[in-house]
Design a protein around this ligand. Structure first.
Ligand code: 6PG
Length: 469
């Protein structure tokens, strides 16, 4: 069989992706900087071995691939990608294509695509989601590139991808960095989804005093309802797990400082650049950052006293909590898709809004049943905010009171619920015909003569601030 594909970087994700590509019918040559990793990989490849060509140098790798050659990079995002391109570039020929399938910052991908101009090789950035399991058996792939590039590799990407009702979860998002941009927003939503689930967990654990096993029961039940999703499913499994070292619930033995590689933070940063409000995602990033300050938090508890956290009186039940999370989730996705729409108009991309929801239905980390309805809603009204699209407008009407009750009850007990609360504040603002921004405008005019518009439309260059202003 002719080998047209090569892959560099046999870490967890790279190895899984190489096996998936081979299994989907595409022979592939592989290379890893540490040769022993390649040997191990081949040794454990089982029945897929005949479709895998191990190589020990970049020269050998390129010699093992026939034109048209596609080389997939699965190396850590950042400098390593640039070094890899630099090492490859002199050896590449007309028609060669480099694909970065890692979690690159979309701006880096834009730059690398520009740098490939006038060089013999082509360059694509593709966002791949789904963790190790997804990479191995079916990820969701968000491709950035030209239509011609998509025609070249789309077949392979669809073949390796997850499927929802038979539809492959892989699509062309737009040119240049569009694929990595969409993947970045996916991860921002992922952070927010995870944070809102964690806040519900905090309410159950501390506010309602529930044991991990009982919490697992709740997540399992939720996974049979409107919240059915991968993240709810694994949250149930996580809450169910027993600590193999000390016994007892695994969750109770895990230090409460959340790590991050940065894609969620990038989403918040880019949202600020685009001036698009995504407060639920921003709150999720801030919550991770705050969680990392474990010593400062202990100091705070000593200095100011820890809040009781136990919910007094009319505590909320887990049914109300489920409704609150449904509302929170809709608000979070409404913000995420709003960000995608803003980016599309700002960057001149024709992002397939409904298509994005469709390829997120399976394979990726945020996959959920709700995304199927979101795809339909965005199909019907692609440019509109999800909160105005049925069935989400109806769901919000029915569940936003539960979100309010949950947030106020949690806050009264001293349980911080920043993501749920930010979602609610965004929603409250979205239904406020008159905000206090008239005060901001007056202040700006006072100290900087910035001017303002009058509600009655009359001309008013400035306010009557006198000598002070
Ligand atoms: C995915 C995930 C993945 C991500 C991390 C989580 O879609 O498969 O989003 O791409 O890198 O698993 O990222 P953090 O380390 O930042 O939490």
């Amino acid at each position: 069989e002719t080998v047209n594909f090569g892959l560099i970087g046999l870490g967890t994700m790279g190895a899984a992706l190489a096996l998936n590509i081979a299994e989907s019918g595409y022979p592939i040559a592989v290379f890893n900087r540490t040769a022993a990793v390649t040997d191990d990989f081949i040794e454990n490849a089982g029945a897929l071995r005949p479709r895998l060509t191990p190589t020990k140098s970049l020269e050998e790798l390129l010699a093992a691939i026939s034109a048209p050659r596609t080389i997939i990079l699965m190396v850590p995002a950042g400098q390593v990608v640039d070094q890899q391109i630099e090492a490859l570039a002199p050896m590449l020929e007309e028609g060669d294509l480099i694909i970065d399938a890692g979690n690159a910052n979309y701006a880096d991908t834009e730059r690398r695509v520009r740098d490939s101009d006038g060089k013999p090789y082509d360059y694509m950035g593709i966002g791949v989601s789904g963790g190790e399991e997804g990479a191995r058996h079916g990820p969701s792939s968000m491709a950035g590139g030209t239509q011609a590039q998509w025609e070249r590799v789309g077949g392979m990407l669809e073949a390796i991808s997850a499927r929802y009702d038979g539809a492959p979860c892989a699509a062309l998002m737009g040119p240049g960095g569009a694929g990595h941009f969409v993947k970045m927003v996916h991860n921002g939503i992922e952070y927010a989804d995870m944070q809102m689930i964690a806040e519900c967990y905090a309410i159950m654990r501390d506010g309602l005093g529930m044991e991990a096993g009982a919490i697992a029961d709740v997540f399992e039940a939720w996974n049979d309802g409107p919240l059915a999703s991968y993240l709810i499913e694994i949250s149930g499994k996580v809450a169910r797990a027993t600590d193999p070292i000390a016994g007892g619930p695994m969750l109770d033995a895990i230090r409460d400082t959340a790590g991050q590689k940065g894609t969620g933070r990038w989403t918040a940063v880019e949202a600020q650049h685009l001036a698009v409000p995504v407060p639920v995602i921003e709150a999720a990033v801030a919550a991770r950052n705050l969680s990392a300050r474990i010593e400062a938090r202990q100091r705070g508890a000593d200095a100011f006293g820890a809040m009781p956290r136990e919910m007094q009186g009319a505590a909320i039940g887990t049914e109300l909590l489920e409704q609150a999370l449904i509302a929170g989730k809709i608000l979070c996705y409404a913000q995420g898709f709003d960000m995608l729409a803003k980016a599309a108009s700002e960057f001149g991309w024709d992002l397939p809004m409904a298509g994005i929801a469709r390829i997120w239905r399976a394979g990726c980390i945020i996959r959920s049943e709700m995304l199927n309805d979101m795809a339909s809603a965005l199909e019907a009204m692609p440019g509109d905010n999800l909160i105005f699209a049925p069935p989400f407008s109806d769901l919000l009407t029915r569940n936003s009171d539960a979100l309010r009750k949950t947030v106020t009850t949690a806050i009264s007990a001293g349980i911080a619920v920043p993501a749920l609360a930010s979602g609610l504040s965004w929603f409250d603002t979205m239904r406020t015909p008159r905000t206090p921004a008239n005060m901001i405008q007056a202040q700006r005019d006072f100290f900087g003569a910035h001017g303002f518009d009058r509600l009655d439309g009359k001309d008013a260059p400035h306010g009557p601030w006198g000598d002070d202003g």
